[in-house]
Design a protein around this ligand. Structure first.
Ligand code: SF4
Length: 353
């Protein structure tokens, strides 16, 4: 059973919108894309913030604006520069989608103004289209991201168990649209997301300080942490072997193909299959580093073993697709995935004389 009906009543809805807007005006974080907003800054920040925290995005956003300050500059930039500016931010498909989007916009006489038209552009889904058009053009489109799902699930004490976060987003979209303040959709959307990020946080919601506490069914029940209910996906554990093969000031790296689903054009330390070797052949070398990391539900343990570069083997490596001997002095000029740059630097420090 849910408690969304009172919120849907016009008088309650108007009071809710007023309380939310007043709180946001005073309490929102001063962020660079809010201080001097523009369509381009909104688009770049929305892409960078997908699945990434504000604190992580800030230095990337500032550097990006210095080097690629507008759509024409981004559209004209080579892919290698775009990827390099994104290095360490993760989910690299976002950088390629943003680049394609800038090129599509640059080819138009003017950027579109409706969510429907934005969704026809490359790399723009329902959330991004709603965020961009409500913020930049005041379109009456409600944004629903993870923060908004959490706030709405708690306001209504909605006990539905969702299969995944995408189904939770779809479930709450109609309520978000009903609650949208059509006089200022951009501010309303930002306020609801900011409330989820700053007050109605996943583990410790600060209900006493919440501007919409009086509308909240979960807080009335004293159990806000019970919502939303999303089925937990079992973590998948994976062991990954990596080879460290250095010779005469060069390091052997694997570059994923341009069409690869993940990490296209990015360099990483090679796996046994990249080298045409059996796992046992790599595992036989001394262990240099063992690291754990998580990507969504995937929990990976990566072991990096030193591989002695026998001369014949080296020639074979050079011929294999995707393998490159990169001079150590040029490592800062290529785009490595974030963890691999940290691991390589750590090994180089450990091996320094
Ligand atoms: Fe979230 Fe508490 Fe506010 Fe309800 S009262 S919306 S649970 S912070």
């Amino acid at each position: 059973m849910t408690h969304s009906l009172p919120l849907r009543l016009p008088a309650t809805r108007a009071a809710f919108q007023r309380a939310l807007r007043a709180w946001y005006r005073t309490h929102h974080r001063r962020l660079p894309w809010r201080a001097t907003p523009s369509l381009y800054r909104t688009v770049v920040s929305e892409f960078m913030l997908q699945q990434t925290r504000v604190k992580t995005v800030l230095p990337y956003f500032e550097r990006w604006q210095r080097e690629l300050p507008d759509f024409p500059a981004l559209a004209a930039a080579p892919g290698v520069q775009v990827l390099k500016l994104w290095e360490g931010l993760g989910y690299y498909a976002r950088a390629r989608r943003l680049h394609r989007l800038a090129r599509a916009i640059a080819a138009l006489s003017a950027p579109p103004r409706t969510p429907e038209a934005w969704r026809a552009l490359p790399g723009v889904g329902p959330y991004t289209a709603a965020a961009i058009t409500s913020l930049a053009f005041g379109s009456p489109a409600a944004c629903v991201d993870g923060n908004v799902v959490r706030v709405l699930a708690r306001l209504t004490a909605d006990g539905t168990v969702f299969r995944d976060s995408a189904s939770a987003v779809r479930h709450f979209q109609p309520l978000a649209s009903t609650l949208l303040d059509r006089r200022d959709p951009g501010t309303h959307n930002q306020a609801l997301m900011e409330l989820g990020a700053m007050v109605c946080t996943p583990r410790h919601p600060n209900c006493p300080a919440c501007p919409v506490r009086r509308f909240c069914a979960a807080a009335d029940r004293g159990e806000p942490g019970d919502y939303p209910r999303v089925a937990r996906r079992e973590p998948e554990r994976r062991e990954v072997l990596r080879a460290w093969c250095a010779h005469r000031g060069r390091l052997l790296l694997h570059r994923a193909a341009a069409g690869a689903r993940r990490l296209a054009d990015l360099y990483e330390l090679p796996q046994p299959s990249d080298l045409g070797l059996a796992d046992a052949a790599v595992r036989a070398g001394p262990l240099l580093l063992r690291k754990r990391r998580s990507i969504a539900h995937l929990q990976m343990a990566e072991s990096i073993h030193s591989l002695p570069p026998a001369t014949g083997q080296q020639r074979g490596f050079a011929r294999r697709t995707g393998l490159h001997w990169v001079p150590l002095a040029r490592l800062d000029q290529i785009t490595l995935s974030g963890p691999h740059r940290r691991w390589i630097e750590e090994i180089l420090r450990l091996r320094a004389p």
